[in-house]
Design a protein around this ligand. Structure first.
Ligand code: CDP
Length: 207
């Protein structure tokens, strides 16, 4: 186990495959994994239930981060709307930074991990794919859960969220200067995972 915190930051636009890659990288290296999108989704869900966004973020608890109920198209949109509010972002900052520093290593995935949350991360990846490829992956994911939604609607949602995430003034989604870009448009899941693991291995201490 790594005595000191070792942090891997994985950012990228909606449905780029960050979740799958982050989980697999964490498992491969025995690190803990935090999907930071779940924090914004949990706040988004509370807002859909009528709560005010900033107080929801300030009182969020770990037991609200179960991915099962949070991965809906409606909550994704609500998440990206609360994510533009600076006070929401600052309320979620300490939790993410503490997670990143934990002994044994940590993988965090999101939009601003390499730029704002962990600017000193040991490895930074920015995972992308074309909007059409990402929308198709997300459509299949939602359809497998029985969600009734069209491909066109998923593509429109993905583009709308990308625009909001990239254009906000606080912590906009963008690759960190020293991030390695990984475009998965033409890669199978296995090939994308292999490439991500290779990038991390090249940066491990002693590599
Ligand atoms: O899984 P997907 O890529 O569709 O989204 P997610 O990672 O669960 O994030 C949902 C929304 O939360 C994003 O569209 C962002 O608006 C926001 N988010 C953010 O602003 N910063 C992060 N570090 C993670 C998510």
């Amino acid at each position: 186990m790594l005595e000191q915190g070792y942090t891997i930051a994985i950012d990228g636009p909606a449905a780029a495959g960050k979740g799958t890659i982050s989980k697999a990288v964490a498992t491969h290296f025995g690190f803990a994994h935090l999907d930071t999108g779940l924090l914004y989704r949990a706040v988004g869900r509370r807002v859909l239930q009528g709560e005010e966004a900033v107080s929801a973020a300030q009182s969020l608890t770990a037991d609200e981060l179960e991915p099962g109920d949070l991965r809906t198209a409606e909550i994704a949109q609500a998440a990206s709307k609360v994510a533009v509010i600076p006070e929401v972002r600052s309320a979620l900052l300490d939790f993410q930074r503490a997670f990143a520093r934990r002994a044994g290593g940590a993988v965090l995935d999101g939009r601003d991990i390499g730029t704002v949350i962990c600017p000193n991360a040991d490895v930074k990846l920015f995972v992308t794919a074309s909007p059409e490829v990402r929308a198709e992956r997300r459509y299949l994911e939602l359809a497998a859960k029985g969600t009734e939604i069209s491909r066109d609607q998923v593509l429109a949602d993905v583009k709308e969220r990308d625009a909001r995430d990239a254009e906000r003034s606080t912590a906009p989604m963008k690759p960190a200067d020293n991030a390695v870009l990984l475009d998965t448009s033409d890669l199978s899941i296995d090939a994308a995972l292999a490439r991500a693991i290779e990038i991390v291995e090249q940066n491990l201490p002693g590599a």
